[in-house]
Design a binder for this molecule. Structure first.
Ligand code: HEC
Length: 251
């Protein structure tokens, strides 16, 4: 080494120059890092970004909406099309709108002949256990209002020991097909529930016959079976307004 440089003072200065240069670079890097800082890409940030994009798109779409004038001017053409279109055929009683000509026509239909259905059976025929099984399954619907054992409850009168249940079959079938509005006297007590008995006409003829047969031969009741043909004979009742006691044959 050059002996002139081997001087403690020069060595000391060189050392500090080295440190200084190093610190200047470090500071430069720190400044660059500080100014190129970005918030971390968390999942929340990514989602928020998508949300803002969607919001912008929705706002754009809303801004492009039809003006009130455009809608007003389109109404006559649309209305004309609607009026000219043929209404869909009414296939179920629930589709009949109350107060329409169809509803009036159904309500004005001639009274059904119940006498042919209410003829007393000549022999005490045995009850088919298979029919009782179907009826028992179907009775779950009734049990909601009339109680598990037909004992009646806060929303339905008793079926056990009811003179209506043991009485004319046509009453029972028509109650299923049209529903029933109280008041009605069962076993000497007058019932009038806030919610009337609804029509359960969506059941098949077999189901109605089976549930009525079941009710007529359970909970201590004993009466003749109801046949699907008897239900079928009264199907024209479907869609008529709910029955009141005045519409029923006295048991
Ligand atoms: C939504 C509740 C409800 C359901 C479900 C219901 N009923 Fe009724 N039922 C009534 C009400 C309520 C009355 C009495 C009429 C009134 O007070 O408006 C009645 C009356 C009757 C009557 C005549 C009165 C009597 O106690 O003998 C019979 C029979 C009858 N229902 C049978 C049935 C059968 C069978 C079923 C099932 C297929 C059934 N009901 C399902 C509520 C219901």
């Amino acid at each position: 080494m050059d002996p002139t440089r081997d001087n403690p003072l020069i060595r000391f200065a060189t050392f500090w120059w080295g440190i200084g240069t190093f610190l200047i670079f470090a500071l430069l890097l720190a400044v660059i890092a500080f100014f190129s800082r970005k918030p971390p890409e968390t999942l929340e940030n990514v989602v928020a970004k998508v949300r803002y994009e969607t919001k912008a798109k929705v706002e754009q779409a809303q801004a492009a909406n039809l003006s009130k004038e455009a809608i007003d001017s389109a109404i006559p053409a649309v209305a004309e099309k609607l009026v000219a279109s043929k209404p869909a055929a009414v296939e179920k009683p629930e589709q009949v709108v109350p107060g329409t000509p169809t509803a009036a026509k159904i309500a004005a239909a001639p009274a059904v002949d119940t006498a042919a259905i209410d003829v007393a059976p000549t022999a005490d025929l045995p009850i088919d256990p298979a029919v009782m099984e179907i009826g028992k399954a179907q009775f779950l619907v009734c049990a909601a209002c009339h109680g598990q054992n037909g004992e009646g409850g806060p929303i339905g009168p008793p079926l056990a020991g009811s003179e209506w249940v043991a009485g004319p079959i046509s009453n029972l079938i028509r109650i299923q097909l049209r529903g029933l509005h109280g008041p009605i006297t069962v076993k000497g007590i007058e019932y009038n529930f806030p919610v009337p008995m609804i029509a359960l006409a969506s059941q098949t003829d077999e189901q109605i016959a089976a549930v009525l047969t079941y009710v007529r031969n359970s909970f201590g009741n004993k009466a003749s079976a109801v046949k699907p043909a008897q239900v079928a004979a009264l199907r024209s009742e479907v869609g008529k307004p709910p029955l009141t006691v005045a519409d029923l044959t006295k048991p």
